[in-house]
Ligand binder design. Structure first.
Ligand code: HPA
Length: 243
């Protein structure tokens, strides 16, 4: 049986948008995961809160391998993930959604692969299209139907966190072609690709990045904007699953 995976990022912890929900946990070779299984319009949905319930797991401590391995084991063939991001691109405004199509990896201390040698063959993942184009188009169509402001395409810069960036870092990322900045898409997207699960991420722009914004950035500001966008995001996820 195939299922749709939803990985909820900052501000997205509530699986009650789905029907027939029940909480479960699963032991994986990488550790245990908690998830919620439910349905929507007859389709099976598996929901994982990336930061744990109550946002207790920081980006660099997330067990990305357990989450993706678990979703694969549960029969997930598509993952829609959500991320809160800062914007480096003037036309990507707070309150807009972005369907990332490329990433720049500035993480430092994460295990980024299932292939660590030993009894597994060495593998080099092709990441020409890390974010599934068909899934992105489906999300874009759903957003257009709902009349939500969305950009299909954009380069996500993944930092190690948990701190926000310096204005000098943001200037550099902008020079390198970054459009958005967040802390979680790498290695999640790579692991999903290794597991042969179609993956797309809906980024919510919560703020202009450090130095572009005229004021200092706070987590509270990010969470507040997420709160404002939460209803739209829920509708977007449900409309995409329905299609
Ligand atoms: N930087 C990194 N991560 C973020 C930001 C940001 O400006 N906003 C939301 N998540």
């Amino acid at each position: 049986m195939s299922a749709i995976g939803v990985i909820g990022g900052t501000g997205v912890y509530d699986p009650s948008i789905f029907e027939n929900i029940h909480e479960e946990s699963l032991t994986t070779p990488y550790g245990d995961i908690d998830y919620v299984q439910g349905t929507y319009k007859g389709k099976t949905v598996i929901f994982v809160a990336r930061h744990g319930r109550g946002h207790s797991i920081p980006p660099h401590k997330i067990n990305y391998r357990a989450n993706i391995w678990g979703l694969k084991k549960l029969g997930v063939t598509f993952i829609i993930s959500t991320t809160a991001v800062g914007s480096l691109n003037e036309s990507f405004k707070p309150g807009h959604f972005v369907l990332t199509d490329q990433f720049l990896d500035f993480t430092k201390n994460r295990i980024t692969t299932f292939y660590e040698g030993g009894d597994r063959p060495v593998a080099h993942l092709d990441v020409t299209n890390p974010y599934c184009p068909e899934l992105r188009s489906a999300i874009e169509s759903a957003a257009k139907e709902l009349e939500l402001p969305i950009h299909n395409g954009g380069t996500y810069v993944c930092t190690e966190g948990p701190r926000f960036e310096t204005p000098a870092e943001i200037k550099m990322f902008h020079m390198l072609g970054g459009d958005t900045v967040g802390m979680t898409n790498v290695p999640e997207v790579n692991l999903a690709n290794e597991a042969e699960i179609a993956y797309a991420t809906i980024s919510m722009i919560t703020n202009y990045a450090a130095g572009i914004s005229t004021t200092a950035l706070t987590h509270g500001e990010v969470v507040e904007m997420m709160g404002q966008m939460a209803e739209q995001l829920k509708s977007l996820i449900l409309k995409t699953i329905e299609a």
